[in-house]
Design a protein around this ligand. Structure first.
Ligand SMILES: Cc1cc2nc3c(=O)[nH]c(=O)nc-3n(C[C@H](O)[C@H](O)[C@H](O)COP(=O)(O)OP(=O)(O)OC[C@H]3O[C@@H](n4cnc5c(N)ncnc54)[C@H](O)[C@@H]3O)c2cc1C
Length: 478
């Protein structure tokens, strides 16, 4: 990379916040999906909006591609700098700028870790609701970019429901303040547009978010099932019965075994074929009534046992097992392909069955741990990325599972985003016109297509956009 550019960046952020050594840049060559890797040419770690804007202006003048990065826990290659260039990380933007208990909102820098925010609000009886299982590490900025979900998003909704305002630095280094005191601001909903844009519309530096009030009563149940099918069917019936637990999570036998053999051991029964973790929140009468309605459903589907967490310590232990499940799978194989599929909640058993068949036909080891209440499945395939043959099978299986979901009215991604992983599969869900509109929106915000290049928009569409601008509608062939 050009020395005068590096010197310019160094002058803005200081030598400690510019990573140029190859051994240090190595840590940034991928996110949690390590199938595609590429080292950035430089990593910049600004401390605030002004530093980020000054750096991004220089990078714009030098026409350098630029990739935002939070904690790098993404699972679709979203923060992987496939075209090299500069990676702008938010690791030094970790201040909680304001907690407003009266208006129940917080203003944070983008690099604040999800769980830290909830810790900061706990003394006020408030919390930040979207709780990805990676919440001990992932950043609010990454959550915004991926519109992340989590177990309790069944009740509270994914990140987009909680973002009230944003300060964004554009690809050209301009600062946009998209925050407004008005809960229903005039003009286009640019905050809504930015949430889920996967780092392609700019770098979020400050985020204003809604805080929720801690519920008076929380009840957590662990239902143990003799089969995964029975477990899925009970979830489908709970949803169809219009009951509203705040979380419904399912884990299968392989996951349970891995969790119980790990530091996340939660006391799940090792001989169970599946467990369902259910949580209920609200007033005492409301929680008791919902639990009373759910118990017979679990019974009808042949649950072997239902355990109740007696106190907050037991509840935390049950959740630690669930949230540590992906990590625990590391005991089984060096790599884990976490598919992020969505299916109608009436068809959970069917999709799980199809995924099982697809993997069995290819000799792949499948486990399941998922946000069942949302219909957001995670068929997880254990593999070894050094085995090219196995990698090919894993990718093929992943795509077939996704196609099966789409054919049954599901979607391409529940919460992890498109990134690199599902870029070409966008053709399976969207037609040429849909993709054209997406490409046009992207061009409006980043005409030079330098922000996080190579993600989300399928390659064919991208090449057409780069060569000679956007095609007219009738010419479009993506
Ligand atoms: C063990 C494990 C469990 C997980 N569980 C869940 C889960 O329950 N629910 C869920 O939704 N996800 C889950 N994930 C996926 C991941 O944690 C989320 O997508 C998370 O929001 C990513 O945050 P991050 O800070 O690590 O972002 P990164 O991985 O660094 O980046 C993710 C994307 O956001 C962009 N980005 C990052 N910061 C900014 C910013 N400030 N401005 C603009 N763009 C930015 C990047 O360019 C990239 O495209 C899990 C991952 C792991 C490893």
């Amino acid at each position: 990379m050009d020395h005068s550019l590096l010197n310019g960046l160094r002058a803005i952020v200081g030598p400690d916040s510019l990573v140029t050594e190859p051994t240090a840049r190595f840590a940034y060559e991928s996110d949690g999906q390590m199938l595609e890797r590429q080292m950035p040419d430089v990593v910049v770690l600004p401390r605030d909006t002004a530093e980020a804007a000054a750096c991004m202006k220089l990078l714009h003048q030098a026409n350098v591609p630029l990739v935002p990065r939070g904690a790098g826990t993404g699972l679709t290659g979203g923060a992987t700098p496939v075209e090299g260039g500069a990676l702008v990380g938010t690791a030094r933007m970790r201040d909680v700028l304001e907690i407003d208990t009266r208006d129940r909102l917080a203003r944070v820098q983008a690099g604040v870790v999800n769980v830290e925010l909830t810790r900061c609000c706990a003394e006020h009886g408030l919390f930040y609701a979207p709780d990805p299982s990676s919440q001990a590490v992932c950043t609010i900025g990454g959550n915004v970019a991926n519109n992340s979900g989590g177990p309790h998003c069944l009740k509270y909704g994914a990140t987009t429901r909680h973002v009230l305002g944003l300060v964004v630095v554009t690809a050209e280094g301009e600062v946009l303040d998209l925050s407004s005191p008005d809960p229903d601001p005039d003009g286009y909903d640019l905050v809504g547009l930015f949430v889920g844009s996967e780092g392609m519309f700019g770098l979020a530096t400050e985020i204003t978010i809604r805080l929720c009030v801690e519920p008076p009563v929380v009840e957590t149940l662990l239902a143990i099932f003799p089969t995964l099918d029975a477990c899925c069917d009970s979830v489908s019936e709970i949803i169809a019965s219009r009951l509203e637990p705040s979380a419904i999570e399912v884990m299968d036998k392989l996951t349970i075994e891995a969790v119980e053999a790990s530091v996340f051991a939660a006391g799940y029964p090792k001989d169970a074929e599946a467990v369902c973790l259910l949580e209920f929140e609200g007033g005492e009468a409301e929680v008791a009534a919902t639990v009373d309605d759910v118990l017979p459903i679990l019974e009808r589907h042949g649950r072997l046992e239902v355990r109740r967490a007696r106190d907050s310590k037991e509840r935390a232990r049950l959740w630690a097992g669930r949230k540590g499940a992906f990590g625990a799978m590391g005991r089984i194989a060096p790599d884990l392909y976490v598919a992020d599929a969505v299916a109608p909640r009436t068809r959970l058993r069917e999709i799980v069955g199809i995924a099982t068949e697809i993997c069995a036909e290819r000799g792949l080891l499948l486990s399941n741990v998922f946000h069942a209440g949302d219909g957001n499945l995670h068929p997880n395939i254990s593999y070894d990325r050094r085995n090219r043959d196995e990698v090919e099978k894993v990718l093929e299986a992943g795509e077939l599972i996704m196609r099966a979901c789409l054919e049954r009215g599901g979607s391409l991604t529940g919460e992890h985003g498109v990134g690199l992983e599902k870029r070409e599969q966008m053709h399976n869900l969207f037609n040429a016109q849909d993709l054209e509109v997406m490409a046009r929106v992207r061009c409006a915000l980043d005409p030079a297509l330098r922000m996080n290049p190579g993600k989300m928009i399928p390659l064919r569409r991208r090449m057409e956009t780069r060569a000679g601008g956007l095609p007219r509608r009738e010419e479009s062939s993506a």
